[in-house]
Ligand binder design. Structure first.
Ligand SMILES: Cc1cc2nc3c(=O)[nH]c(=O)nc-3n(C[C@H](O)[C@H](O)[C@H](O)COP(=O)(O)OP(=O)(O)OC[C@H]3O[C@@H](n4cnc5c(N)ncnc54)[C@H](O)[C@@H]3O)c2cc1C
Length: 313
């Protein structure tokens, strides 16, 4: 994460726009929740500054949060959120500036290797030849590389925005309302982002398995919305039950939530990144550096990638 932070700041500087909003982060849960203990230990081991807060201290500092009496909270002021669409757009814009050719709305149909050259066939109707190819097609990797039997399980995820009933100042990303994770109930959320009315809340646990990735997705389930509303009534009483926005999307899960970063076992010129398991966006700048270093035999981002190899799943 330390390396990823540096790269986001570099990208932000080159893109000359705000991509990361530093609003602080609050990780909380029951004081006996083993995940809270593990998270605190990880912060200590990596020497990252944090504060340990009681529910009362959380209320004083971040008045929108009403934690359970037995909760403990870990606050990190350096945390925040990335404006994901802007990050993707900035990457594309700058890649083009550096000479990349981008074919938007073009589907890759096949990636094959013959005599050490790799061919990419697309819906543009032609086949192009490359020395090295990097593929990052999310859950669709399983369709493109059927023969590899990738350990990917795409699940349907849902998110909800609830409107603010009163005290809108409690929900601002100026340090008053941090990004948060409730470890015990497995929900997370964001402050008011200035784009969509209200604030985002969602469950992190994997949803139902998606069997047809290209099928139209059903809208967010009524009972999911009710669960989120019921949670918000207890933890954020200044929110209203009015849903201002909701959406479904896909987590590309591996069995242990580690990412896949590897060379295709049957095509040595083809490099794969996938299985970001619902927590990969923040690492994408670093994953890009690592995989492009691998593909170009450049040692600058060499890492021990043993746990991310296909053979380790
Ligand atoms: C609701 C939700 C919340 C999340 N929250 C967080 C979070 O808080 N923090 C975090 O770090 N991460 C989060 N994530 C995870 C993060 O979004 C993913 O880890 C990240 O988007 C994975 O990137 P990817 O490029 O591997 O795959 P994707 O984002 O799935 O992108 C794959 C791309 O490949 C394209 N593609 C597929 N097949 C083809 C083909 N044949 N030809 C051409 N193009 C193709 C697709 O159109 C798509 O654009 C969240 C994800 C969801 C769904």
């Amino acid at each position: 994460m330390g390396d990823a932070y540096k790269l986001w700041f570099e990208l932000e500087k080159e893109a000359d726009e705000e991509l990361f909003v530093q609003c602080g982060g609050l990780y909380f849960g029951d004081k006996d929740d083993p995940q809270v203990t593990l998270t605190e230990q990880a912060l200590i081991d990596t020497n990252l500054p944090y504060e340990r807060l009681t529910p009362k201290q959380v209320r004083e500092k971040h008045p929108a949060f009403h934690l359970r009496p037995n909760d403990v909270a870990l606050y990190q002021k350096d945390s925040g959120f990335l404006r994901a669409t802007r990050c993707v757009q900035a990457n594309i814009r700058l890649a083009k500036k550096h000479g990349a050719i981008v074919h938007e709305n073009t589907k890759v149909q096949e990636v094959t290797t013959k005599e050490n050259q790799t061919f990419v066939r697309t819906t543009l109707g032609n086949e192009e030849e490359f020395d090295r190819v990097i593929v990052t097609a999310g859950p669709w990797m399983s369709t493109l590389f059927k023969q590899l039997n990738l350990p990917l399980r795409p699940t349907r995820q849902q998110i909800v925005y609830l409107n603010i009933e009163d005290h809108p100042n409690y929900f601002q990303p100026d340090g008053t309302f941090p990004v948060w994770i409730d470890s015990t109930e497995n929900l997370y959320g964001f402050p008011s982002d200035g784009q969509i009315t209200g604030v985002k809340l969602a469950y992190h646990h994997p949803g139902t398995l998606i069997t047809d990735l290209d099928a139209e997705r059903a809208p967010v389930d009524e009972n999911y919305i009710e669960e989120v509303q019921s949670y918000a009534r207890k933890r954020f009483p200044n929110l209203s039950s009015q849903v201002t926005y909701s959406q479904t999307c896909v987590y590309t899960n591996t069995p242990n939530e580690d990412f896949i970063i590897d060379r295709a076992s049957d095509q040595s010129n083809v490099f794969l990144v996938s299985g970001c398991s619902g927590h990969g966006f923040k690492f994408t700048v670093l994953l890009g550096k690592i995989i492009s270093s691998m593909a170009t035999d450049d040692p600058s981002y060499e890492r021990d990638l043993t746990r991310f190899k296909l053979s380790s799943f």
